[in-house]
Design a protein around this ligand. Sequence first.
Ligand SMILES: [Zn+2]
Length: 352
Amino acid sequence: MKQFRHNIIRAGLDALYFTGAYHVLRPIFSGIGTIFMLHNVKPARPDAFQPNRHLEVTPDFLRATLRHLRAQDIDIITMDELHRRLTAREFGRRFACITLDDGYRDNRDFALPVFEEFQAPFTVYVASDFAQGNGRLWWITLERLIAQTDTIETEIGGVEVRLDASTPAAKQDAFDQLHDLMRALPNGDDLPRAMSALCARYRTDQTAIGRELCLPWDELRSFAEHPLVTIGCHSITHCILAKQHEALAAHELTISRARIEAHLQRDVLHLAYPYGDRASAGPREYELARQAGYRTAVTTRPGMLFAGVADHLTALPRVSLNGNYQDDRILPVLTSGAATAMWNRFRRVDAA
Ligand SMILES: [Zn+2]
């Protein structure tokens, strides 16, 4: 099913490119700017089973993206400068921000050198538990766990699940099913509990995976000192905020920020909601982010920025640089706004 959806999106992006429709759509849908979203930046892997591939782009694709933005004479700016331009309603030049979620080591090892080539600033949103060494990157844990087994048995939300994982295709199906079951669990602590049970059964250490992949505080500190780097906040535990009680959601937004500020000795003014879709962050979270004092907060809702977002600074849409669609031809389609217009069924989407 997911593959089917990928194919439809892929076909849609190709159609926008090959018909030249994106040229026609540009003046209507390109807006004033774009916030791009990435996660991992690292060399391509040969593995057949890569369920999180959409979260990974290669340094070459990042380089192609930055080259394209420069060729389009689009300003690549910091989130602070974005905030300034939006609040001053200074929309004379098109701009782009590049943001990376979670705080991965590869952001420093593979992305930073590419950003340096272009002298392009970027923002990395850190979940404080990930930097602390006790973070749970359950989607990667799930991938590792399924990669190492031929069948998977567990209980999720009171339902016994037994899935074949003997081939790459079966592993992908098993991942999709487990991932969707986990995300659909109703309460905020259901997902971590279900993952802990799964990890105990398959002897997988979630926090060790987090320590392997994420920058710890001391390395983040020197990374944050780089003039191109802005560190933002991505909650404490990377929970689904909308499924938490309000006080706990507020705690996730304020304490994470305080911890990052204390460890890095610098202000943290920008937030990315974990998951960031409508089911994970809605009007209550936008208000909590505002009350917590963030200047901006980004979602994962697809969209270009239009002038109206200046009134919704804690509900900003982004454009994903998706690892499943790493093709230079997509870049003009993405920066034209035609792709997000397609995802949003050709409605101009402001925040709200
Ligand atoms: Zn994240």
